[in-house]
Design a protein around this ligand. Sequence first.
Ligand code: ATP
Length: 370
Amino acid sequence: MRGARAPAPPREAAPSPAGGAFGELRLEEVTRAFGGAVALAGLTLTVKRGEFVTLLGPSGCGKSTALNCIAGLLPVTQGSIWLDDRRIDVLRPEERGFGMVFQNYALFPHMTVRKNIGFGLAMRRVPREEARRRVDQALALVQLAEHAEKLPGQLSGGQQQRVAIARAIVVQPPLVLMDEPLSNLDAKLRIEMRTELKRIHQELGRSTIYVTHDQDEALSLADRVVVLKDGRVQQIGTPEAVYTRPANLDVARFMGYRNIIPLAAAAAGEGGPVRLTGAGIALRGTAQTPIGEGPVLAAIRPDDLELDGGADGFEGRVESVEYCGRDYLVDLVTASGLRLHGRSLRRVAPGDRLRCHAAPSRVLVYPPES
Ligand code: ATP
């Protein structure tokens, strides 16, 4: 996250006119430029009530810009944002009534966990008894009840993160916006918190928009993933669709299709099965979009390149092997000098000759890049 927003402790105001439940949030051609540079170009997206949407993409692709436009921390340059039939891009952040959780939790250091979480309710003049009940509920939801009287400085990073989440949800926002909220946590805590975020989302039945550059996080959390590159949407789809059927090579690369092989298609087609040759190998693949006869690019994930792949494969010589716990990541080179990445469940050694094979459905074929 960069640019506009040093996420201050929550901006508070009277309950917002837009703060109630909604059917859908709609972004229509939302564009944000900084000077001449377009950080977000014409994002059109509808988020339904109860949906968990992740914005995924490499650093600088415009994820935070999109989130900040929705939050109201950045004005849009063009386009509009709607909650049902109410236009909200003209409202101040506090008038939109969204919950926000950012990378740095921005807790009040001098207030206890309970006071931090209850701050928004106090500002909204929620009666004391009701506020107490809601804070207790939020504490239970993020499993921090026994830490209620501690100061943020007495908590671990993950616990502070959960306070930030509780603070965002206690005011019962219809939409929670999260910008890389787990980025400061270690791998184990990230996975635990991921599960908790999903659970909290499901329990509350509200909508969440979540920014991350971590594909695992995006896939595991989301109902739908929005993949961005250079400020433009590359694909919007279910995690399964984005993972198994990337819309283009950029999405494929980002989804871990590390083998991108220049080959030639035997025939033109509108999509579907295609025979491929070149670089001294022959493969069958599946065209993801219409392709012409001749040059194409085939994308294969290392997990889908079967080593010891049977008679119809091609041979590769092992160059290097990395132990990954569950399996080995293997770099191979074919006789023609093509370098490939595969995975092997059994230990192999540099110099070994292996037969490589990939199922045609897992060899994704795209037109050559211009
Ligand atoms: P990261 O994962 O690194 O946070 P991101 O996908 O969230 O990246 P953004 O922060 O949205 O990316 O930035 C998108 C583009 O807009 C980048 O090129 C960035 O340099 C630019 N940008 C963002 N904020 C500003 C700003 N306040 N002024 C000028 N350029 C900005």
